[in-house]
Structure formats: structure tokens, C-alpha cells
Design a protein around this ligand. Structure first.
Ligand code: FES
Length: 500
């Protein structure tokens, strides 16, 4: 049976659960949870495999407590990453947070008759390193791990390098909103309702807090319905609202002389992240009700994206506050360029995934390394740390874009609604031609793109033919957010006020 290398065992000691995303050579995806149930004394015993005195029995006991199971509950698809673990007579079970069905971690079986996919785990010693392997899924070949991240409720994980208080930062430029995170009246009861509430939340700090809260409720099973199949699912706004304080610019743009300065860049990047939070919620709220067959894993991926973008926004505004207290978030010109692509793609999930996630976000992968280098050269290690977190997360976002783009194209073909090509590469190129203006510009970060599923066949020699001229600076400045040249032009050519 084919085996897939996961990681040295020592690398798993930081957390008890990890989300693994696997992709096969044929483009199939699997989302899995790795559970490590070993106790602290067992962990100590495993810490040094060159220690002659280490207790083999205890070590083996620890290694036998690694389990891998599919991340979506086979009942109605709840995210099992926050399942309770319980011991019972027959073994150890994971209890689904939604309806409390339990699944044996070894066999996947449940008393209900349902069965979850589980995968055998093995620890092998390779060059003195104890390394964890798993059996690969039966369908597909050439499986690889495209994402491995700890399951953690910590919001900024790792923590922000500068512990400045975001609320203090923002309160200096905007009137403090007293709205509670959970509205006192008509509190949302489904994920769709939370999504629309967050899209209609203009204050960025409240948007971040509501995102954290809604994702926590969803992941821990306190929100028992996604709500996209309901005939009364709420409608998202055409354009998410923004706090009035952000419609003014307290800094005279003509005085932003050094447009390459770090504060301007951080401000522009934070603005893009704020839009990115909205984009993650919008794709769920807009296309969930239009595509009722979307599986829960889609919502798990995009809630994770919303949470990541909130984290990025907080990290960037923290850095901005530390670096330039006189120009807090909201004090510089901002633009809404990213939403133009959201509007152009508002009728089709396939178009949205192609343009926002596989063009704009993939562009971020290309330009992030240069941005990181600029901050490094300026000696700004803290921002380098922040940008590295953002870059790593963005690879996973493009991966999610690729995953659901290929899923949606295949689904359309299965249903016989073939309006475009059924080959994902050809279809992507078609979508870009009609939903994008101008060349898909390099140079490309081929390695990061490939990790996310985008081979050069997707994007090389591609030009969008959408019938309006690209706004100078905007297209590149919004591509995940870190094209320095685009950013400079974007700041220079920016609309002085956000246009409602
Ligand atoms: S028991 Fe898991 S979704 Fe119902």
C-alpha cells in the first residue's frame, strides 16, 4: 500500500491536532485531521530518539496514538477538527460536534451505521529521525501534502510580533462603535446569516471580532446549520459597507511624499486585507444559496480564509500602529479596486474562483517575496515575520481556490450544464479572457503556484479581454496585495475617497 510521508514526529509535538490537505496527481483533494493523543510523559520519552535510555514501550505507546480521519463528518459534513475525543470499551472515538455521532478513530465505524474514512499511521526511523507516514487514499495516485496546519483557536497563531492593541489603534481614528459582537436583536443562527451580517458590518474591528466569533461557533458545532439550502437565506450586499470614518482621509495625499515608505505600504496592505475578509464571506453568502450542493468542506475552507484575512488585517494594523503612530489605519487614502473584480464575477462561482482566487490571490504569491525582501533590507524584522505568515496562508488560499474551481467545473459537467470547457486549465483560461483586463503578468512564483495546484499551463501567455481598460495600478495593487510597483502606482492613482 502506498505511503505518504507526513513529518518527523517531533514536529507534531507543538499541537494535538493538524489539518492535512492532500492533492493527487489527478487533481483530487482530501481534507483530513491528524489526531495526536499522547500524554506529556509519553511525549517526553519520544523527545530524543538518540537517547539510549529512552523508554521504548512508552515511545511506542505514543506512536500508536496517532490517528488520521477525514475532516468532514460522514453524517452531514460537520468539521471534525473540534470533535471531542472519548474512550469507550472498543477503542477511542471522535464525537462529532453537531449531532454527537461518534466514530472509531481506528476503523471509522459508528454505531449509527455510518462510517468515516480513516488512514493507517506508521512511525519509521529514517536516519535516526522518527518520521510519521500514512497510507494514501485509495483513489488517485501521486498524493502529496499541500497544507498541514495545526488546529488552533488562537487568533494570531503565531502571535503578533507587536503586542499593540488593535482596538486602541483604531479608536484613535474612528468613533468607537458600541455594537456588541452578537447583535442583541435578530442574532444570526446560521453561517449564511453571519456572513451577511459581517458583510454589512462597516467597522473593521467589529468585522474582525464577528469573524472570529462566527468561525468559532461554526467550528465548534454551536452553529448547527450553514443555511445555504434555506429558501430564506439572506442576500449579501452588492458592496460591503465601510465606516464613515474611513471615507475621509486625515492625511493629505499630496503630503504622502515617499510612497514607498513602509507605513503607506502597511496601510494599503491592511486595506486589501479588509476587502479580503469580505471576499471570503461574500463567496459563501452569494454562491452558497445558488449552489446548494456545495459540500460543507467548501464552507470550512472559506471560513478559514475569512479568519486568516482577519488575522492578516490585525497583524498589519498592529505593525502600522507600532511603526507610524501618527498615521493609524483609516488615515490614508484607500481604494475599493478589489471589489471591481467581485462585481464582475458576481453571477458565477466559477468566474469568482478564477478571477479572485486564481488571478488576484495568485499574483500575491508572485510579489510577496520581493515585498518581504524590501522590509528585510529596511531592517524591519517584525514586518518580515508578518509578511511571511501572510505568504504562507496565501498559498493555502490559492490551493482552496484551485480545489473549488476544479470541483465546480467537474460538477457543471456532471450536471450537463456545460457552458464552457470541462478541462480546468482550458476553462480557467476562458474565464480569464472574459473576466480580466490585460496580461496575466509575471514574473511568476512558479514554485508557490505549483504548490497551490496552478501549473504554468494555467497562466502562461494569458491575456484578459474584458471590455474596459484596466485602471492603472489597481489590478496589480490588488493581486493579493503586495506588488510594490503596483502599490506605488495604486497609492499615486488612488481615488481619494472610497466610492460607495
Ligand atoms: S453527526 Fe456529524 S454532522 Fe451530524
Amino acid at each position: 500500500m502506498a505511503q505518504l510521508r507526513i513529518a518527523p514526529y517531533k514536529d507534531l509535538l507543538s499541537h494535538f491536532r493538524f489539518l492535512l490537505t492532500l492533492r493527487s496527481q489527478e487533481g483530487h483533494y482530501r481534507s483530513l485531521i491528524l489526531f495526536r493523543l499522547s500524554t506529556s510523559s509519553e511525549v517526553e520519552s519520544c523527545a530524543d530518539n538518540e537517547d539510549e535510555n529512552r523508554d521504548t514501550e512508552t515511545t511506542n505507546a505514543a506512536y500508536s496514538q496517532l490517528y488520521i480521519m477525514e475532516s468532514a463528518c460522514p453524517h452531514l459534513g460537520a468539521d471534525m477538527s473540534h470533535a471531542d475525543i472519548e474512550e469507550c470499551e472498543t477503542g477511542v472515538v471522535a464525537v462529532c460536534p453537531w449531532h454527537r455521532y461518534d466514530f472509531d478513530l481506528q476503523t471509522g465505524k459508528s454505531d449509527t451505521g455510518l462510517s468515516a474514512c480513516t488512514f493507517a499511521v506508521e512511525v519509521r526511523t529514517e536516519d535516526t529521525v522518527d518520521t510519521v507516514y500514512m497510507e494514501t487514499p485509495k483513489e488517485g495516485t501521486g498524493w502529496r501534502i499541500v497544507e498541514m496546519r495545526p488546529v488552533s483557536e488562537a487568533f494570531a497563531d503565531p502571535p503578533p510580533p507587536v503586542a499593540s492593541d488593535l482596538s486602541a489603534d483604531l479608536s484613535s481614528t474612528v468613533s468607537q462603535e458600541n455594537e456588541p459582537v452578537v447583535p442583541e436583536e435578530n442574532a444570526p443562527t446560521t453561517l449564511m446569516e453571519w456572513a451577511v451580517l459581517i458583510l454589512n458590518t462597516p467597522h473593521p474591528r467589529l468585522k474582525v471580532e464577528r469573524t472570529k466569533h462566527a468561525v468559532h461557533l461554526f467550528r465548534t458545532g454551536q452553529l448547527k446549520s450553514i443555511g445555504n439550502k434555506s429558501p430564506s437565506a439572506p442576500t449579501p450586499p452588492d458592496v460591503p459597507s465601510r465606516d464613515d470614518a474611513y471615507l475621509r482621509n486625515t492625511v493629505d495625499p499630496s503630503k504622502v511624499k515617499n510612497r514607498r515608505n513602509r507605513a503607506s505600504m502597511l496601510h494599503a496592505l491592511a486595506n486589501i486585507e479588509q476587502w479580503a475578509i469580505d471576499l471570503a464571506w461574500d463567496i459563501m453568502a452569494r454562491f452558497g444559496p445558488m449552489n446548494k450542493e456545495l459540500p460543507p468542506a467548501f464552507f470550512a475552507d472559506f471560513t478559514k480564509m475569512a479568519l486568516d484575512e482577519s488575522k492578516h488585517f490585525s497583524l498589519l494594523t498592529s505593525r502600522l500602529s507600532a511603526l507610524s503612530p501618527s498615521t493609524p489605519y483609516g488615515s490614508m487614502p484607500v481604494h475599493a479596486g478589489l471589489w471591481e473584480s467581485a462585481t464582475v464575477t458576481s453571477q458565477s462561482l466559477i468566474s469568482r474562483l478564477a478571477i479572485i482566487h486564481l488571478v488576484h490571490e495568485a499574483r500575491g504569491l508572485d510579489v510577496n517575496p520581493a515585498t518581504i525582501e524590501k522590509f528585510r533590507k529596511a531592517g524591519d524584522k517584525e514586518t518580515v515575520g508578518v509578511m511571511e505568515i501572510i505568504h504562507a496562508d496565501e498559498v493555502t488560499h490559492v490551493t482552496a481556490g484551485h480545489r473549488w474551481f476544479t470541483w465546480a467545473v467537474a460538477r457543471e459537467a456532471e450536471k450537463g450544464n456545460i457552458e464552457g470547457d470541462v478541462d480546468p486549465v482550458k476553462r480557467f483560461r476562458e474565464e480569464v479572457r472574459k473576466g480580466w483586463t490585460g496580461d496575466i503578468k509575471g514574473p511568476f512564483n512558479v514554485e508557490a503556484r505549483e504548490m497551490a495546484g496552478l501549473t504554468p499551463q494555467f497562466y502562461e501567455g494569458l491575456r484578459g479581454e474584458l471590455g474596459y481598460p484596466a485602471e492603472e495600478g489597481v489590478t496589480s495593487a490588488t493581486g493579493g496585495g503586495t506588488d510594490l510597483d503596483g502599490l506605488e502606482k495604486g497609492v499615486a492613482a488612488v481615488r481619494l475617497e472610497y466610492e460607495k
